[in-house]
Design a protein around this ligand. Structure first.
Ligand code: FES
Length: 85
């Protein structure tokens, strides 16, 4: 099973929109659920979608307007898709 790759934009606009809270939230979620072997989580440079940030990229898909409310839901969906596929 391939690892899911998740990148979060660390650019200044996404920073101003609260990406650091989401970084912490995702790290904690991966750690508490022992998902570090299944998901590679990293920071990235600006994705050129600044007005729609914070921006997350899961494998090849960009996801915009990430928040504390939906970030983990997107990760769970990626895990479910991988299990199904
Ligand atoms: S700063 Fe995040 S997409 Fe540009």
């Amino acid at each position: 099973m391939n690892r899911i790759e998740i990148s979060i934009c660390l650019g200044s606009s996404c920073f101003a929109r609260g990406n650091q809270v989401i970084v912490h939230q995702i790290k904690e979620y991966l750690r508490k659920n022992n998902l570090e072997d299944r998901i590679f989580f990293k920071g990235a440079h600006c994705f050129n979608a600044c007005k729609s940030g914070p921006t997350l990229k899961i494998n090849e898909e960009f996801i915009y307007d990430i928040s504390e409310l939906n970030a983990i839901q997107h990760i769970i969906k990626a895990l479910e898709d991988q299990n199904a596929g």
